[in-house]
Design a protein around this ligand. Structure first.
Ligand SMILES: CC(C)(COP(=O)(O)OP(=O)(O)OC[C@H]1O[C@@H](n2cnc3c(N)ncnc32)[C@H](O)[C@@H]1OP(=O)(O)O)[C@@H](O)C(=O)NCCC(=O)NCCS
Length: 300
């Protein structure tokens, strides 16, 4: 798995990357910042070993093949499959605002959508003052659904974000702009049922959270969206293969993969109707907003 821009490649981290990732974590979440929450001891290594940590790597020169780790993104798989928590994302300060955070987030979403036939349930938390992180998540399809005071303890309030809601909900047309400094008002408005932060907008007199009222889409709209997603037969086959391979995720040898494909070839034409059924079943399994709020994985 690799995702490339001209000089940046996003790939799974290996234990050789651990030092660089730990340094990046120290720089990005300094102990001197009382609001920051760094990775727990051993957490980054565990992420690498579980294959749940991506790195962004810059190639420094075609000739000597030198590279440098400039970003990482770590997630964890929650108790049930298809539920994930985006634990952290960081980009080296000198490389920020060049699209690397967005690139890693997009690649992370692409991987999980492939692994779950397009229906992962992903959550994350971030500091309500961290405009860079909130923008990165909102621009990649997350919405902020809750404001949680003292989530990680004193002075560590967090916004709770969920991915997938925007896909299932439609705007009622009722929007409110809240200045990014007015967190008390933001918190009160997010307590209203159906209100979500969907964007950050830059106005001449400052930055604002855009809060939208979202309503459940009609089933027909959902069906047509799902159909358009699932009508691509090749996509279905790739998803199906990834799905079938998931239990043997550690089977990384090229020979092993080719072998699985060869065994699967004769049955591929029969898979389309089955995959359509699975896709419909998965959609039905997705949590509604109210379920997501009460069964939010981070709170068990
Ligand atoms: C959050 C972070 C990973 C973003 O990485 P990045 O590579 O700078 O982000 P990108 O360049 O991909 O920007 C993604 C979006 O966020 C916006 N954005 C990024 N930094 C921003 C800032 N400081 N102010 C306003 N918007 C910002 C970008 O404009 C972009 O939106 P666009 O596509 O509409 O232009 C990076 O700032 C970081 O490492 N911060 C320290 C660690 C941290 O706080 N991590 C989050 C904890 S969960």
């Amino acid at each position: 798995m690799t995702q490339k821009t001209p000089d940046i490649t996003v790939r799974w981290a290996t234990e050789n990357d651990l030092d660089a990732v730990e340094k990046l974590d120290e720089t990005s979440f300094p102990v001197s910042d009382p609001e920051a929450e760094r990775a727990a001891p051993g957490e980054l290594l565990a992420g690498i070993q579980k294959h749940e940590l991506l790195v962004a790597e810059e190639s420094l020169g075609a000739k000597d093949k030198r590279t440098r780790i400039v970003g990482y993104l770590q997630y964890s798989t929650l108790r049930k499959r298809h539920k994930y928590f985006l634990a952290g994302v960081a980009v080296e300060p000198a490389y920020r605002r060049q699209g690397i955070g967005a690139l890693m987030t997009a690649e992370f979403l692409r991987l999980l959508r492939r692994e779950t036939l397009g229906a992962p349930m992903i959550t994350c938390t971030t500091n309500p003052k961290n405009i860079a992180a909130i923008s990165t998540f909102l621009r990649n399809g997350f919405v902020v659904s809750r404001y949680i005071p003292e989530f990680f303890g004193k002075s560590k309030d967090r916004l709770y974000l969920e991915w997938g809601i925007k896909r299932k909900m439609a705007s009622s047309g009722h929007s409110v702009l809240v200045p990014v400094e007015n967190l008390a008002y933001l918190s009160s408005i997010l307590d209203e049922v159906g209100f979500f932060v969907t964007d950050i907008v830059n106005m001449p007199h400052g930055m604002y959270f855009q809060v939208d009222e979202l309503r459940e889409s009609k089933q027909e709209e959902l069906d047509s969206n799902e159909t358009s997603v699932s009508s691509n037969f090749t996509g279905i086959l790739l998803s199906a293969t990834a799905f079938l391979l998931e239990p043997v995720r550690d089977l990384r040898s090229i020979g092993g993969r080719i072998g699985v494909w060869l065994l699967a070839l004769p049955i591929l034409p029969m898979l389309e109707p089955v995959m359509n059924l699975i896709s419909r079943w998965r959609t039905a399994q997705e949590c509604t907003i109210s379920q997501a709020r009460t069964r939010c994985p981070a709170f068990g």
